[in-house]
Unconditional design. Structure first.
Length: 109
């Protein structure tokens, strides 16, 4: 598993957010990415926690035994919601949930 996690880590963009399940697998990938701390932001659902790395990468993590049929969808949605507590990354624009109207799309608020 360590070799697989190192291979995945080598392919990820430094700004890529992560949705991770399974405690040992998640920890091994975070180790391969040199992530040494996670700052909890909020609960997505029972067992799933939205976190940030000190560099601003979003990480939603849960044990493999938690979550219903919509668990992964809810975890991804948590990363797509605008987050005012998250530092802006250079070269990026704020993210919004798909289908929402923002001033940039000309739609009503």
């Amino acid at each position: 598993m360590h070799g697989l996690c190192r291979a995945v880590a080598a392919q990820l963009s430094p700004n890529a957010d992560l949705v991770l399940t399974g405690g040992e697998t998640a920890r091994t990938l975070l180790d391969a990415l040199a992530v040494t701390s996670l700052l909890p932001v909020g609960q997505v659902h029972h067992g799933a926690v939205l976190c940030r790395t000190p560099q601003g990468r979003g990480v939603v993590i849960r044990p493999g035994s938690h979550g219903g049929q919509d668990s992964l969808v809810r975890m991804v949605e948590a990363l797509l919601l605008p987050d005012r507590n998250r530092p802006a990354r250079a070269g990026t624009t704020p993210r919004t949930r798909a289908g929402t109207n923002t001033p940039s799309d000309g739609g009503p608020r």
